[in-house]
Write a protein that binds this ligand. Sequence first.
Ligand SMILES: Cc1ncc(C[n+]2csc(CCOP(=O)(O)OP(=O)(O)O)c2C)c(N)n1
Ligand SMILES: [Mg+2]
Length: 623
Amino acid sequence: MSAATRRLTTAQALVRFLAAQYTERDGVHHRLITGTWGIFGHGNVAGLGQALVEYADVMPYHQGRSEQAMVHAAVGHARQLNRLRVQAVTTSIGPGATNLVTGAALATVNRLPVLLLPGDYFASHAADPLLQQLEHPVEADVSVNDALRPVSRYFDRVTRPEALVASALKAVRVLTDPAETGAVTLALPQDVQSEAHDWPEEFFADRVWHVRRPAPDPEELAEAVRAVRAAERPLIVAGGGVHHSEAEQALKALVDATGIPVASTQAGKGALRHDHPADLGGIGHTGTAVSDELARTADLVIGVGTRYSDFTTASGTLFQRPDVRFLNLNITAFDAHKLAARTLVCDARSGLTALAEALSGHRVDAAYEAEYRAGKARWEETVRAALRADDDGAVPTQTQVLGALDAVVGDEDVVINAAGSLPGDLHKLWRARSPRQYHLEYGYSCMGYEIPAALGVQQAAPDTPVWALVGDGTYLMNPTEIVTAVQENLPVKLVLVQNHGYASIGGLSESVGAERFGTDYRHRAADGSFTGAPLPVDLAANAASLGMDVLRAKTVRELREALVAARAATRPTCVYVETAPPSAALPAEAWWDVPVAEVSAREAATAARTAYERSVADRRHHL
Ligand SMILES: Cc1ncc(C[n+]2csc(CCOP(=O)(O)OP(=O)(O)O)c2C)c(N)n1
Ligand SMILES: [Mg+2]
């Protein structure tokens, strides 16, 4: 007796399979793939495109404007849903597929799951060379999709229908794995997509993927407890893993019991509420004065779910105490071992809960607690001063824009940003009121993430106000999904900060002796430099032309009114504001390594090199 089979095309089988996948964590089930973004062309129009129309009842379809933006939307969606639900993205072959690369890199760097389904050349080679085919003269099996390999956490090319069965299961394993996740790419040759096959019925049965919470190893836990008990100045560095694991309450319980203070990375901010007495705010190059002071003198740094990027460690210069040691709680051994740490390889919530239990009765020294509380109070003064705007009629600075937004948002509003001078200001100044409010993509810091990500977040949280904050340079990089927000009636809010160019890179350029070269948006002057008048570009009109309601704010008062109106708006709404200098108000509290020209005939570069050599001398290797 042969087992039951169903005759479907490869694309139809894939859609039916994806619609039947579920995640389960802590007893709660979720449909894994909530929808599929797609732009059709040859390579997916007759395969996946046909399957998506045939099965529109089980797989929602979202129409995007650019492939990169569709990945950003999916990544924002997965992050908002703590990686328990994801979206898929399908593209044509060639340019549609290679437009995925930036989005895939962003997903993989940030360990955020997304399923990519680019079309690929004929597996049969029958009609080579196809439109848009790369004809590699030596490696005939190479396609442009191979550019997705290094930026994918799992990659396969499904060159025969029946190969889909094993490949699809492996793909979903990576999409649902709490340690090894990122972009998952199934490249689908277009002839194979349309080919029929007799699939085992079981392939389409509901399948539940348990998202595990591995507990700490008892020996590692005992070592960790000894280290924490012995530490005089312990400091927790909270990373994105705290959020992915939904470990915020467990972190708070540990901190309430022990008094250990918490500094957070860009991905980890909001792990504790900003007004918790042990929350010190951001750490590292964009961190707060109190976090960075404590980091310099900490004897035990407890990393929880962090990758320790250069921004966090101030490029290896932040943790200066000679006998400083690290204890890393991370579900990924790869990250846990960084900085020659003691390791606690486990889920963040499991590990923090076990630590709190094993540390019962332990509390940091009262003098230490008083010291960091005083530092926190001083920093809160700095924040208040930066956010405050006394003159209602004045043009706001960028930090006053953040102050106005801070006054308008509710506890659950989501604020999205990724690049420019805003991430530094936000890391220092934003008062995160709930775990998912502070949505900074700073693993890849990709200009153009913000607007599409807002769509994915809004789809995940339909009743929550979602704000995308973008600079003018970032807006120009990727405004296309405004059209999608209009089409889907997603009432995302865009705050568009006009300062006529790349203010952040201009400042960086100056500090590294590169004289702001190429960073202002200005006409070309007679001497060939871009130092002429500002460009007569009207980005507010541009956003309106794409279908947004636009509110232009010229003063602090108008800005406040516009933000209130935008928050209440039921359509996609843009608040456009030109800011007054300085564009990034607060100086960095710690260094960041951007190597400066070792030889130059220009004074700016030689002076910057001298300063660079002083800073680089502070770098430590933690062994
Ligand atoms: C896709 C991409 N290209 C280049 C960069 C490098 N970069 C970082 S910030 C920035 C300028 C951002 O300009 P804008 O959005 O106007 O913000 P501002 O610096 O003016 O605050 C650039 C070019 C990047 N992060 N992402
Ligand atoms: Mg700008």
